[in-house]
Design a protein around this ligand. Structure first.
Ligand code: FAD
Length: 506
């Protein structure tokens, strides 16, 4: 169990409380009339008026829909998975291919460097894949996965969700390491890093990226790999959306049987301190084939909380018992054990939610180098029930193959951490989040001293520009050079933003 289990449990309970439903993934169409003109804003915050003639020209140049505030589908397209972000772009382009993406980027440039947001799966927890008064490029109509089983390669379009990749690869008994919730976007996940159940065995998603095609800020479609535009390829692997919109990801596949051993060991929450401490002792010695995460979940009110360990073992079945034996021995039998042989694709969908937008969420997280008794104590002490919110603390493992890649091999430098510690609160969508956000900030202030840096894909609205830059560590200088070369006007700024060395007008 981890973040998606939190959202699943929280959203499920919220739905039971008859919270407002949303048609989360409805199809959209646009045959609406063009407005006479629209007021938009540039990335620098300057207001611009876009005349009807320019909008007509844009509509003539793209195949996919263009949506304005009054169009059906606009609300669905602007929303993210987290309803805490309620932003209203001036216009939305839904490309059907790279040509539309090029046109949208050129349009943003032609109009003074419009504020530009890029949305794939919409999982951003900093809200940066939508925007107020800017141009949103919503990639939800640009989803396709192509496999070459003989070459063990997948080509995935920039709007795809990771469940589609798992599905297409599994049929060939192949796999590539992605995240743990099937409706997460490949676009955000893979450019930011990509932790998941197989990462200790096969590395982060970026470690399995062989090439990209990307529309850069000049509107050109570029190919980047270790052999061609290598600096751009280096930056895309961990630099997120800083350099453009990836239209195609080429991913390395690995042979893997369709089933793994996976599920949860559940314990009473009263045992959390002991379980965290024992887990912290075990985790550094775990085999590469074994992924163990933990989650503490506290539902609203005084309902009993839950402490769980999530297991995924992708090695030979005959060696599973030996792999988990030290942990099992130190903890004794769990209150509930759901670990069994299971299709990897089923495990990957086990935390999906049909209505993730029932709860607004605020997340705070950081990488931890170790989990000792003092951190275990701090987690348990900070974890308190509240009548009106869910609280969760969870952990995603690093190590193994992730740690065998050097810090400067890609733009992602956090290679030698034990894992990613995340905390989150959830409250019914539409209600004020202020007291809950204050509570998670207070909780996190007790845990943050144990962290070393954070995962850019879990950026939260509290992160300041200086925190972001220092989090790139020694890779910042090279990233700045790549940014300056490919996006000198910082057109792509709604991300873990690296500033170009000499910003120029678009
Ligand atoms: C429920 C949930 C589960 C998660 N589980 C995991 C996990 O197991 N492992 C993990 O590593 N992370 C996980 N995350 C974090 C996740 O990696 C980030 O939220 C990531 O940004 C999601 O990608 P997305 O495409 O869905 O997001 P979006 O919100 O669509 O995009 C986020 C950002 O990615 C960039 N981007 C998106 N598409 C492209 C593209 N085609 N080209 C260039 N840039 C692009 C943009 O800068 C955009 O602002 C999870 C998040 C949630 C909410």
């Amino acid at each position: 169990m981890d973040r998606r289990a939190f959202i699943r449990s929280a959203a499920g309970a919220a739905a039971l409380s008859a919270l407002r439903p949303t048609a989360a993934f409805a199809e959209v169409t646009s045959d609406g009339q063009l407005p006479d003109g629209i007021d938009a804003v540039t990335g620098e915050g300057t207001g611009v008026r876009i005349p009807r003639s320019a909008l007509a020209d844009l509509r003539a140049r793209v195949r996919g829909p263009i949506l304005f505030a009054s169009d059906p589908g606009y609300d669905e397209a602007r929303r993210l998975i987290n309803p805490a972000f309620d932003r209203r772009p001036a216009l939305i382009v839904q490309p059907t291919g790279a040509a539309d993406i090029r046109t949208a980027v050129q349009f943003a440039r032609e109009h003074g460097g419009l504020l530009l947001a890029v949305k794939c799966g919409g999982h951003s927890q900093s809200g940066q894949s939508t925007c107020d008064r800017g141009l949103l490029v919503d990639l939800s109509r640009f989803r396709d996965v192509r496999i070459d089983p003989a070459a063990q390669r997948a080509w995935v379009t920039g709007g795809s969700l990771l469940g589609a990749v798992d599905h297409e690869t599994a049929t060939h008994e192949l796999v590539t390491p992605l995240g743990t919730v099937s409706h997460t976007g490949v676009g955000g996940l893979v450019t930011g890093g990509g932790f998941g159940r197989l990462a200790r065995k096969y590395g982060l998603s970026i470690d399995n990226l062989l090439s990209v095609q990307i529309v850069t800020a000049d509107g050109e479609l570029r190919y980047a790999s270790t052999g061609e535009n290598p600096d751009l390829f280096w930056g895309v692997r961990g630099g997120g959306g800083n350099f453009g919109i990836v239209t195609s990801f080429e991913l390395q596949l690995h042979p893997m049987r369709r089933e793994v051993i996976g599920g949860n060991w559940i314990y009473p929450i009263s045992r959390s301190r002991e379980i965290l401490t024992r887990f912290g002792e075990f985790a550094p010695q775990a085999s590469d084939e074994l992924y163990v995460g933990f989650q503490m979940l506290q539902p609203p009110g005084n309902a009993a909380g839950e402490m769980g360990l999530e297991i995924c073992y992708c090695g030979p079945e005959s060696e599973y018992e030996r792999a988990v034996e030290p942990l099992r021995r130190s903890l004794g039998p769990p209150a509930q054990d759901t670990v069994k042989r299971i299709a990897y694709t089923a495990l990957q969908k086990s935390g999906d939610v049909s209505d993730p937008r029932a709860l607004a969420i605020y997340l705070k997280s950081g990488f931890i180098p170790a989990l000792g008794p003092d951190l275990a104590e701090a987690i348990v002490e900070s974890f308190t029930p509240h009548p009106a919110r869910f609280t969760a603390v969870f952990f995603q493992s690093s190590g193994g193959a992730i740690a065998r890649v050097s810090r400067d091999a890609t733009a992602f430098p956090h290679r030698s951490v034990l894992g990613n510690l995340l905390t989150a609160v959830g409250w019914p969508a539409g209600q004020s989040g202020t007291p809950h956000i204050e509570a998670i900030r207070a909780l996190w202030s007790g845990l943050e001293p144990f962290t070393e840096g954070f995962y850019f894909n879990d950026l939260d609205p509290d992160h300041k520009a200086k925190d972001i830059l220092s989090n790139y560590q020694r890779n910042l200088e090279r990233l700045t050079a790549v940014k300056t070369r490919y996006d000198p006007s910082n057109l792509f700024r709604l991300n873990a933003n690296v500033k170009p060395a000499t910003p120029r007008a678009a």
